[in-house]
Design a protein around this ligand. Structure first.
Ligand code: GDP
Ligand code: IMO
Ligand code: MG
Length: 419
């Protein structure tokens, strides 16, 4: 598994692409088009929202698991973009019949709910994620497998009508889904032309045959619906456990758990972020790291690495290996800070608490920065001593080895350690 250890956008897309030569199948198991996973090879750049990041590798099988929520519009556009670039998609793609559909009215409900919250809004990507998962657990949802049923149109109409009733309760919320709905129906046709599968059966059969499979997480641990900074979270289980419910894979079949983190922290949307910076350092991270959302284009909030949150994520996921991204962005900083504790009501704690409001004051440890550009480094031994000290501090603090270090957005800008 590859799982984000922070608030998303750690670089999962890049890493999954780097790891795929080791795997024959890649599966998404939660989230939906709120995700934006960027892959860069040479002059080519792709942002994937629904399709697993293994799609670029010849001969790979890419599964969209039952835990994913699919917007047929975004999905069909994604397929079209890849096909226009000459990438073979259809033969490599499988979609779970149990995956839930995001309806145009789910997007409207998301928007209406956020608008009604005013300043306390979650900062949702407005892709309809929350309302779709609500319908799933509320047992009202429509699933991918339903699109082949003769009753599909009627069931769509009934759910849409139900949503329209809910939307009527939001005063001053005007909407028009006609255009989107047309494209949605076209997207349903595209879905009908794909391989729709019982992914839990197929995934387990593949594992029985010894096929190596990589599960690609979306979002990050701090956005998990149970253990993240609730209510400023997404609506799915972003942790390791999500693969059991979102793909149908039993716990004992989970092998290596790669926890991926940035050398600093970012967050897009609202909610607690203890190490957030509002100064020149934060601005520099945002500029050098080009921290703008891959899905919404919003500016990402930036701050120092939060070891309290990282250690929490490592434990909650049972991470067996770590992957550090974007260390190149910190090159040239005189001093690098790492939050190793939270001061709450005068007392320092070293765990992630229930209360994560502004009352948390981060306690920092300082490290000398590395002054040289590291984008060209390909062997761990060639990193400056300060950089290695930073990596090894993280390894000691978490008790987990950092196996992969990414020093730039390109596939090639990667250091794999032989541990
Ligand atoms: P994901 O959602 O976890 O897949 O991450 P995103 O794609 O949303 O955001 C990560 C961003 O950082 C993308 O723009 C990547 O191209 C870029 N990126 C990934 N790894 C590195 C790295 O090591 N250094 C730099 N400078 N950029 C990186
Ligand atoms: P990837 O997979 C970063 C954030 C949103 C918002 C909150 C809820 O690219 O790492 P939602 O649309 O799920 O209702 O939004 O979660 N969020 C993400 N932030 N990366 C993501 O995905 C995210 N997906 C959702 O900004 O704060
Ligand atoms: Mg992203």
């Amino acid at each position: 598994m590859v799982l984000g250890m922070q608030w998303g956008d750690e670089g999962k897309g890049k890493v999954v692409d780097v790891l795929t030569p080791r795997y024959e199948a890649v599966a998404r198991f939660q989230g939906g088009p709120n995700a934006g996973h960027t892959l860069i090879f040479g002059d080519e750049k792709y942002v994937l929202h629904t399709i697993p990041s293994g799609i670029f590798r010849d001969g790979s099988v890419n599964i969209i698991g039952n835990g994913v929520v699919v917007d047929p519009v975004i999905f069909a556009r994604e397929i079209a973009t890849l096909e226009e670039a000459g990438i073979e998609v259809r033969s490599k793609l499988r979609v779970s019949k149990r995956a839930h559909l995001i309806l145009p009215t789910h997007r409207m409900l998301d928007a209406a709910s956020e608008a009604s919250k005013g300043a306390s809004k979650i900062g949702s990507t407005l892709k309809g994620i929350g309302p779709t998962y609500m319908d799933k657990t509320g047992r009202n949802g429509l699933r991918v497998g339903d699109i082949i049923s003769p009753q599909f149109e009627a069931r769509y109409g009934a759910l849409k009508a139900k949503h329209e009733g809910l939307l009527a309760g939001y005063k001053d919320f005007a909407y028009d889904i006609a255009e989107y709905e047309r494209e949605w129906m076209e997207g349903i046709e595209v879905l009908r032309s794909l391989k729709l599968i019982e992914s839990e059966i197929e995934a387990n059969r593949m594992l029985d045959r010894g096929v190596k499979m990589l599960a690609e997480g979306a979002q990050g641990s701090m956005l998990d619906v149970d253990f993240g900074t609730y209510p400023f979270v997404t609506s799915s289980t972003t942790l390791c456990a999500g693969v059991c419910t979102g793909l149908g894979v039993a716990p004992h079949r989970i092998g290596e758990v790669y926890g991926i983190f940035k050398a600093y922290c970012t967050r897009v949307g609202s909610g607690p972020f203890p190490t957030e910076l509002f100064d020149a350092d934060g601005q520099r991270m945002a500029e050098v790291g080009m921290e703008f959302g891959s899905t919404t284009g919003r500016a990402r909030r930036c701050g120092w690495l939060d070891m309290v949150a990282l250690k929490y994520a490592v434990v909650m996921n049972g991470a067996t290996k770590l992957i550090m991204m974007k260390g190149d962005v910190l090159s040239g900083f005189e001093t690098i800070k790492v939050c190793t504790g939270y001061r709450v009501a005068g007392e320092v704690i070293d765990y992630f608490p229930f209360e994560t409001n502004e009352a948390i004051e981060p306690v920092y440890e300082e490290f000398p920065g590395w002054k040289v550009v590291i984008g060209g480094v390909r062997r761990y031994e060639d990193f400056p001593v300060e950089f290695r000290a930073y990596v090894e501090f993280i390894e000691r603090a978490t008790g987990v080895p950092v196996e992969i270090i990414s020093v730039g957005p390109d596939r090639e800008e990667t250091v794999v350690r032989d541990l």
